[in-house]
Write a protein that binds this ligand. Sequence first.
Ligand SMILES: *Cc1c(COP(=O)(O)O)cnc(C)c1O
Length: 961
Amino acid sequence: MFSQVENLPAFAGLKADGAAFAARHIGPTPDEQAAMLHTVGASSLDELTDQTLPAAIRVGRPLGLGDGWTETEVLDRLRELAGQNQVLTSLIGQGYYGTVLPAVIQRNILENPAWYTAYTPYQPEISQGRLEALLNFQTMIIELTGLDIANASLLDEATAAAEAMALAKRVAKSASNTFFVDADCHPQTIAVLKTRAEPMGFAIQVGNPATDMNAADVFGALFQYPGSSGQIIDPRALVDALHAAGGIAVMAADPLALTLLAAPGELGADIAIGSTQRFGIPMGFGGPHAAYMAVRDAYKRSMPGRLVGVSVDSEGRPAYRLALQTREQHIRREKATSNICTAQVLLAVIAGMYAVYHGPEGLKAIGRRVHGLATTLAAGLRELGVTVQTTAFFDTITVDAGDAAPALLARACDMGMNLRNAGAGRIGISLDETSTIKTVLDVWNVFCTDRDRVGHMALKLGQAASTVPEALVRQSAFMQQAVFGSCRSETDMLRYLRRLSDKDLALDRSMIPLGSCTMKLNATVEMLPITWSGFCDLHPFAPADQAQGYQTLFKDLESWLCAISGYDAVSFQPNSGAQGEYAGLLAIRAYHQARGQGERNVCLIPASAHGTNPASAQMAGMKVVVVKCDAGGNIDLEDMQAKVTAHAADLSAVMITYPSTHGVFEENMRAICDMVHAAGGQVYVDGANMNAQVGLARPADYGGDVSHFNLHKTFCIPHGGGGPGMGPIGVRAHLAPFLPGNPADPAVGMAVSAAQFGSASILPISWAYIRLMGDAGLKRATQVAILNANYIVSRLSEAYPVLYRGAKGRVAHECILDLRPIKDSAGVTVDDMAKRLVDYGFHAPTVSFPVAGTFMIEPTESEGKAELDRFCNAMLAIREEVRAVEKGDVAVEQSVLRHAPHTGAAVTAEPWEHPYSRQQACFPPGVNPATKYWPNVARIDNVYGDRNLVCSCPDIAEWME
Ligand SMILES: *Cc1c(COP(=O)(O)O)cnc(C)c1O
């Protein structure tokens, strides 16, 4: 019977096939694509492609990735790979610890698209939920560290230390160029500091602060608290000495330890940094996790990273938004406080919620329990005759095992535990929230095979005294703000999370047409594996043979990215696009140096470049020279030639975004690359716009030497409200020897982040996307992304001039609408337009980048025709609202545009004092009252917020006032 069915030819058609996923990932159906092609005036996707991409850069053959797999096949294979990773109990420590992610947070944040598909909160009126969550995070950090102000996350602890070093240099009165680093800092932190220091011209002195540091000779110093070995030092005398010499004291502090230890701010530190990984975030073989930075008030304007502040809206209610943005790369470019764009928002939200869930008492209880187990562990080991070197500690001890170390490490491994090989016969053991009495017994058994003796010792459990030095016991209370006592029951927590996410507009509600950000579908099937234990519970420094599944996944992904881009090798170390830029420029720098051309230090960057480009070049020790753009938005070839010639002797690199940030495939890309190569320079192609190229063109083919890939744009890692991201770089073979090395290896040449494979645990997302789409699906996605953008151009260009187009009148995957004419004719600002779109239920496009007074729109391939039409109809309806102002029917100050967005309170206010109707305010044409998105706050006053800077939650006393 069955065999008969199988033989029916029709049955083959019922089999799930690879094209099924691509058809769901790509928004417009084939029929819709046909209708849209008709609108844009192209006969087929291929014809549109030919009109859009210069023939000279086209890749004429399939990439060789094969057919797309089904969702089931992909999950099966990923399950297999996860199974090839061995999850042992990790007692390695060194900055990464076991932790318990509360299930209510896992499901309702980490696995909830309302949180993970949101964008960076540049439009604060539709971002109040995640901004509040980030304010909780900042408040938690301020409270634990005892400092005045904290940012909303950095990429990891090692880069946070490097940012702190750069900040220290900016604000220190000392004229020294040397930064002192406690030898008891985590090795990966030291590796990243050394890498960062070199191009900036800083010297790093690593040593024992008590004996080796001369405060007068350094501009600052970093102390780990507790140290990497577990040892706690009292830094007060060192901090005083630094201050007396005009230097800056930085402490890398473990937030869980701070529940029991005196806060860095109380010890005099100027800056505290660290990782919040152990606040509920899985180790993930290295990430992603949120690092933090807190500083004294005096240094807030020099602080790197995003900062959430409280302001007021136009109706006088408190409202959150990003503060002090004038420090950041998108405004200050090479003079910015850092190159950070994508950070770790989703992880910061999780860590902050972990603190909300546990409250101060809960956190302290976890800290006490871990410390109690650690003291017991140490006391028992001493009784067994083991040399415990650490005297004052929180959760980590180091023992001197001498020649027995290798055998002991192996025996621990056999028993299912990884201990830290700290070198020279020393073994590190770190306990954490997941540790139990059994963990302690197991470790004793590693060192003593006599089970009876060990069992006997267990009777003394809990008898060991705390080893925290009296003078360093935390006396101050922390996290007394109402929010940290508000959610003790799971019901409360669930509803709080829901309340916050309901305030925000993410991809689960509407398209987010942000140009340059590629807000495409993050398919659920791609997301499933990231919380599987086989991917998320590995320590980044676990022995390599325990991570075979990951190794295979990295190899696959590397080979696919090489096929897609034409490059020869990939490094997965960078945790964001900007960090990829930095890593790529360092590779270029090292390449020139290796050829005896270290004097090459000029980086040419077109005026239209993303702010991260000049900021990264500056960090890489390069001198930024800006190249003009012509009236058509293209790189001014003459100016480029002139600058290449002028700098022939010292040209290091050019950074070019392709297709350009103007949304156009420039015709002369190859010519520019040839020109640069002829002058001995290297070409950095900013790969943020890969979504316009995959399957159609390859950066290495047309002249790129290195590119980063924003996996959180083109390759489906969700934006998480502003991170995590991944920015691996691809390089041609000649740069491969200069890629970052393993940060945990003392012999490492260069390290740009703490873990060798960056945020490894989110790589399965991109792996799944590429495997699901296959050659044909990826190419089709690119073609439809281009179709969607050109469709928007066709529908909107009469109402709003399209600023730049390619040679044949086409745009690439995004387009810039010029709003300056309506500013002139009606006084309507880009802000008015952006906020009015909220009333129509949309997130605004990218505002005023790369050209002030414009919208940049990127629909991506994932949006179907109906949603594109809904957006275009809203834009057209708003144009009519502008027309009423142009005609003089209504003054712009009184217009529906200027008062947008309209809250529920605003549209029900009595008396009604506007020249437009309530209906017009909240239910304009195309808005369905049944599904309307209601903004939570009215337009937010940014200037007020920056003048009256408040960056933490109110405490209970203020709350009650
Ligand atoms: C997004 C973007 C970047 C920076 O990437 P991050 O991952 O946010 O650091 C750089 N260049 C361009 C053109 C971009 O769009």
